[in-house]
Structures are given as structure tokens and as C-alpha cells.
Design a protein around this ligand. Structure first.
Ligand code: ATP
Ligand code: MG
Length: 240
């Protein structure tokens, strides 16, 4: 299996004299894999995600995503690479409030130069699949948290990225909505979407990933690497 993510000895220091937010981290995630990253607050989970997304650069070590070493890319090339290869979902959705649902979802494709016609067709398909088609013309402020997160998922999937990154995607929604989001992530991964998920929620991690990577004080704890278990529907249901 080809790796969609590969980190070699990645260290990140936000300030030269301070402690490392990530310390010599190595990690490999396969093409169709779903992996959860868990660890205490401040342990480096979001830092890890930001480095993989190319939103920030490591102090040392290398980050390779979908076969491309990010260290060699200029900021412009990095932005283009991210648009094509990485979908991101955040705890607080990060939607653009001045744009309608449809325009939020169209944005990555339009920035990437996809024709409006093709982008519209993809957006319609995704909004329908995620059950928010009738809210296409609404503004995010008029939607529930769960609906907003589904818009964010549609936006993340717009350019068919080989990798989906999620940072606490159910952290700001109620339990029932969280389950719905979880089910969507499971379904996407079953269809072949690679997923790296940061969460505090063990049930979520077990339900939608095949492997849990624990991170403590910026170090991946190899000893604590564990299988999240069988992700058959029964196992996923039992885990939740
Ligand atoms: N932009 C920044 N500048 C300076 N220090 C930072 C910055 N971002 C994070 N840190 C520090 O790096 C360490 C790891 O932070 P990070 O946000 O990755 O943790 P986390 O595991 O995502 O925590 P949480 O579960 O609370 O979201 C923390 O000590 C944090 O204070
Ligand atoms: Mg975080």
C-alpha cells in the first residue's frame, strides 16, 4: 500500500528556546487508511495536522503527502498542492459567513480553475449526498451546527482530495449530530477516502478509524499504538 502521509523525524519548535511542540515524530498512513490521533490538550495534535496540511513548516524533518515532499514547495505551490490534495474539516467549521452554502462549497473548485458548470454539478452531488441540498442558498448563520459541519465536509471533498484531515470534527455538535458526522466519515473511508482524524473522543476514534496513534508531549508513543479494532458496521455500532 502506498503511503498518503509520511513523516520522518519531524520536529516543530514555535520558539527557538522553548520545548518542541513535536519531537522527532515518524508516521506513515496508507492510501485507504483511517487513523485517529489522540492525546492530551497541548500535546501537538493540531500542530501535526497543520504540518501535514502544509499550513506550517517543520523546524526539521520531512513531511511527504501523496508522494510530494512539502519541504521543496514554495508558498504558492503549497497552496495549490493543498487545494488539490487535502480536504480539511475543523471543529468550528470555518465557513465563510458572507457566502451561501453553495458558494462555500464551490470555492475550492473555483480557486482551482474548475469550470462553473462542472463545479456546480459536483457541488449538487455532494450537497445531496450529505442531505443539505435544500439549504444550498442559505447562509451558514442560519444553519445548525451539524448542517454547517456537513457543508464543511462537502467543501473538503469538492476537489476529490486523496486525503481528508479532520480536527475535532464532532467537538462542537450535539451527540446525535456527532454520530451522523461519524457515520459519514466511516462511509467515506469505506469508499476509499484516506482519513486522519484528531479527536478527544475514544468512541469516535474507534468507530471510524482502523488505528489510533497516541501523542504525548509532542512524541508519538509507539508503545501505545493500538488497533482501533474491526470497523465492520457491527463493531462500529458497538464502539459507539
Ligand atoms: N502558533 C503557536 N505559537 C506558539 N506555540 C504554539 C502555537 N500553536 C501551538 N503552540 C504550542 O504547541 C503545543 C502543541 O499545541 P497544539 O495546538 O498542537 O496542541 P493540541 O494537541 O492540538 O491541543 P488541543 O487538544 O488543546 O487542541 C502547545 O504547547 C501549544 O501551546
Ligand atoms: Mg488542537
Amino acid at each position: 500500500m502506498t503511503d498518503v502521509i509520511r513523516l520522518d523525524a519531524v520536529t516543530k519548535r514555535y520558539d527557538e528556546t522553548g520545548p518542541a511542540a513535536l519531537d522527532q515524530v515518524g508516521l506513515a498512513v496508507g492510501e485507504r487508511e483511517a487513523v485517529a490521533v489522540m492525546g492530551p490538550s497541548g500535546s501537538g495534535k493540531s500542530t501535526l495536522l497543520n504540518l501535514i496540511a502544509g499550513l506550517d513548516r517543520p523546524t526539521s524533518g520531512s513531511v511527504t503527502v501523496a508522494g510530494t515532499s512539502l519541504g521543496g514547495l514554495s508558498e504558492t505551490a503549497l497552496a495549490r498542492f493543498r487545494r488539490r490534495n487535502i480536504g480539511m474539516i475543523f471543529q468550528f467549521f470555518n465557513l465563510l459567513d458572507d457566502l451561501t452554502v453553495l458558494d462555500n462549497v464551490l470555492m475550492p473548485a473555483r480557486l482551482g480553475g474548475t469550470s462553473l458548470r462542472e463545479a456546480r454539478s459536483r457541488a449538487d452531488e455532494l450537497l445531496g449526498y450529505l442531505g443539505i441540498g435544500r439549504h444550498a442558498d442559505a447562509y451558514p448563520a442560519h444553519l445548525s451546527g451539524g448542517q454547517r459541519q456537513r457543508v464543511a465536509i462537502a467543501r473538503a471533498l469538492m476537489n476529490r482530495p486523496p486525503l481528508l484531515l479532520a480536527d475535532e470534527p464532532t467537538g462542537a455538535v450535539d451527540t446525535a449530530t456527532g454520530r451522523h458526522i461519524t457515520d459519514l466519515l466511516i462511509e467515506l473511508n469505506r469508499d476509499g477516502q484516506a482519513l486522519l482524524l484528531v479527536t478527544h473522543d475514544t468512541r469516535l476514534a474507534r468507530a471510524c478509524t482502523s488505528r489510533i496513534v497516541r501523542i504525548v508531549d509532542g512524541r508519538v508513543d509507539e508503545a501505545a499504538r493500538e488497533a482501533a479494532g474491526d470497523i465492520s458496521p457491527d463493531a462500529a455500532e458497538a464502539a459507539r
